[in-house]
Design a protein around this ligand. Structure first.
Ligand SMILES: [Zn+2]
Ligand SMILES: [Zn+2]
Length: 96
């Protein structure tokens, strides 16, 4: 059974590569978008790698950097602070 499976995989890969538009890199990047990107610290998972990178840089193990001046609630993301101010305090905040 293993030999048959391998033959099928090779066939699929060969037919993919025979479309000269595609390279090995395309082949693997097409599949990597399906994989979840999982944070090694808190096991949160993201569909896209850049979301995981953003999470690692701004969220995971990082002290909240954006503080509401009105109630001193802390947020890890500027967009969260903005929506908090708009929703809780009822006006748009311009953050420089
Ligand atoms: Zn994390
Ligand atoms: Zn607030």
């Amino acid at each position: 059974m293993n030999a048959v499976d391998a033959d099928v995989d090779d066939l699929v890969l060969d037919s993919w590569l025979s479309l000269s538009l595609f390279t090995y890199a395309d082949y693997f990047s097409a599949f990597s978008t399906i994989y979840q990107h999982v944070c090694c610290k808190c096991t949160k998972s993201y569909k896209y790698k850049w979301n995981l990178l953003r999470h690692l840089k701004y969220e995971c193990g990082v002290a909240p950097q954006f503080i509401c001046k009105l109630c001193h609630k802390a947020f890890t993301q500027k967009s969260s602070l903005k929506s908090h101010v708009a929703y809780v305090h009822g006006y748009q905040l311009t953050i420089k």
